[in-house]
Write a protein that binds this ligand. Structure first.
Ligand SMILES: [Zn+2]
Length: 92
């Protein structure tokens, strides 16, 4: 496990402060609950979620995401993602 020691922001889902690096610079994975959070380029957000509603919204395999993306505009998406199809289960 490659711990991101310099990144001390609390997890938005569980307030845990220990995170792992992800493959995308600026985005971290909470070691407490598996939530994904941080900032990245908009084109890299697809590594974590797709902007479509999940076809299995009742799946137990979900994780929280809170991502600020930088593209033509700065946007924020936060909500629950189905980890099987990476699509949105719940916004907010
Ligand atoms: Zn967490």
């Amino acid at each position: 496990m490659n711990i991101a020691k310099h990144y001390t922001k609390a997890c938005p889902a569980c307030n845990h402060t220990v995170h792992e690096y992800t493959d995308v610079f600026g985005v971290y994975k909470c070691t407490g609950c598996g939530a994904i959070h941080g900032e990245c380029f908009k084109r890299d957000a697809g590594n974590f979620y797709k902007p479509y509603w999940s076809k299995a919204p009742n799946s137990p395999n979900t994780f929280y995401i809170d991502l600020v993306t930088h593209g033509l505009t700065v946007e924020r998406f936060h909500g629950w993602i189905n980890s099987d199809d990476k699509c949105i289960v719940q916004v907010g």
